[in-house]
Design a protein around this ligand. Structure first.
Ligand SMILES: Cc1ncc(COP(=O)(O)O)c(C=O)c1O
Length: 475
């Protein structure tokens, strides 16, 4: 367990003995990132070298060396009797010229926007985004780019980022993979396209969650696959129903961590059942895992890919929810046996995503700042989720039934008959509230009625006001 240490907890600093970076540099890098992200403020006290070395189980001299390095760089100060503190004036602040305002959100005259209306999806909390640190990383890397970056031509993307993703997946999703299996994509849709070209032939059947992610469904059917809707129950895709509808399907598309859009998590027994079917049918499972880092209740289950010993699982992830939806970066992890086929496809089709942000993202992940960002955002989103549930409580059981997923950035309100969700969406839109209908996520006939509310991009006051209005409109 991590204990708070002078304002930071040891879960925010870790050492990786497998890492090629020496331990004192790992420690220094993480503290530097904590300072630069504002997590450690000027004059904040650091734990003593004795305490930190005990917590991290490293030699005290190693921590002393890390602190000394940061003192020499100007990030820390040591005073006799008062221990080590973050410098009152930071090096970056000293370097900044007076005319260069810190990077932060500004509305420019040329680019104005309508404020987003709750509960529109696809937004994150921009106030919590590390704009300053991100800007600094991008600036530093591209003002003086290494030749390796300028002459980069690997269609799978920047290798250090692929290594960082492999480490992230091991820590967060229990997936053990090598960087060579990781492909940087321009988001999930690029990944689905890639998978269609490499793993499916026209006419191949693919199980698809019903209700499910309409965009992915469209991509598979545009690629010529026969999309077979398979009902979802409280444990996710019902494998027995899939077998009944198309036992010899070539693939299955699932969102086991947090089913989109119902929000249910697939328990272990169902996961094993799905893997067993895939192994026997020699089918490929496409595991779409797009926001499971945001889990508020219970421990996340290991990814399907981490459980697959005989079945072939392709894992797709995205930086859209956990970092920035405008970055347009994601990744896909393929079994070793498929690497050559994916590489050939990447070389001959489409265009790999821009390299601009990839090295900065790798540095952010390696410094530990990315994990800190996710943890901080998770706290913010947990509180927003709680606020929204409380604000919706007066209508619960009367106007709708709140189905709060333990993870993700969305709530589902199930509507009682005879209220049609399409009508509710239209009425709410007239009142300035944006929601998505559950029924629009079905391909087939029997559609359940419900409303999907995204809460990530709105502060507590906005959520409360919008919830009150929603109750008023539906009453
Ligand atoms: C089910 C699902 N998968 C994946 C994604 C991520 O897509 P992208 O990486 O293209 O932003 C989303 C985003 O909303 C989603 O809802």
């Amino acid at each position: 367990m991590s204990r708070p240490l002078s304002g930071i907890s040891t879960s925010e600093i870790g050492v990786d003995r497998e890492d090629r970076l020496p331990i004192q540099q790992q420690i220094a890098k993480q503290i530097r990132a904590l300072v630069l992200s504002g997590r450690l403020l000027p004059r904040a006290r650091l734990p003593s070298t004795r305490v930190l070395s005990e917590e991290l189980q490293v030699a005290r001299a190693t921590v002393v060396e890390a602190y000394e390095q940061l003192v020499s760089e100007g990030y820390l100060e040591t005073r006799l009797g008062s221990g080590t503190r973050v410098a009152a004036e930071l090096p970056e602040a000293l370097l900044a010229t007076a005319s260069r305002a810190p990077a932060r959100m500004r509305e420019t005259a040329a680019v104005t926007r309508e404020p987003a209306r709750a509960f529109r999806s696809g937004l994150v909390d921009w106030a919590g985004f590390p704009h300053d640190e991100w800007g600094r990383l991008l600036g530093r890397l591209w003002r003086n780019p290494p030749l390796a970056l300028l002459e980069h031509n690997d269609p799978f993307g920047w290798l250090p980022l692929r290594q960082s993703i492999a480490r992230h997946l091991f820590e967060w999703r229990a997936i053990s993979c090598e960087a060579e299996q990781v492909i940087i994509t321009a988001g999930s849709l690029d990944a689905f396209d890639l998978i269609c070209r490499t793993s499916l032939r026209a006419g191949d059947a693919i199980w698809f969650e019903e209700p499910g992610y309409p965009t992915a469904r469209r991509i598979f059917s545009q690629a010529g696959a026969k999309v077979v809707p398979v009902p979802v129950d409280s444990e996710g895709l019902v494998v027995a129903q899939g077998v009944e509808r198309s036992a010899r399907a070539r693939a299955a598309f699932v969102t086991p961590a947090r089913q989109y859009p119902t929000g249910v998590t697939m328990p272990l027994a169902r996961r094993l059942e799905l893997l067993e079917w895939a192994a026997q049918a020699r089918a490929t499972i496409i595991e779409d895992d797009y926001d499971s880092e945001y889990r508020y209740v219970g421990k996340p289950l290991p990814a399907l890919m981490s459980l697959a010993s005989r079945a072939s699982v392709i894992y797709t992830g995205s930086f859209s929810k956990v970092f920035s939806p405008i970055l347009r970066l994601g990744y896909c992890v393929v079994p070793k046996a498929l690497v050559t086929g994916f590489r050939a496809d990447r070389l001959s089709h489409g265009a790999p995503p821009s390299l601009m942000a990839q090295p900065a993202l790798a540095e952010l992940m390696d410094s530990g700042a990315f994990a800190i960002h996710i943890r901080r955002m998770r706290r913010i989103y947990a509180s927003r989720r709680r606020t929204l549930i409380e604000a919706l409580r007066p209508g619960d059981g009367r106007l709708y039934e709140i189905q709060a997923s333990p993870a993700g950035l969305m709530l589902l309100l199930r509507l009682p008959r005879p209220l049609r969700d399409g009508q509710a969406v239209a009425r709410l839109a007239r009142a300035g509230i944006e929601v998505q209908s559950l029924s629009s996520h079905y391909a087939g006939g029997a559609r359940q009625q419900g409303l999907l509310l995204s809460f990530a991009g709105y502060d507590e006051a906005q959520l409360q006001a919008a919830a009150t209005k929603l109750i008023e409109v539906l009453s």
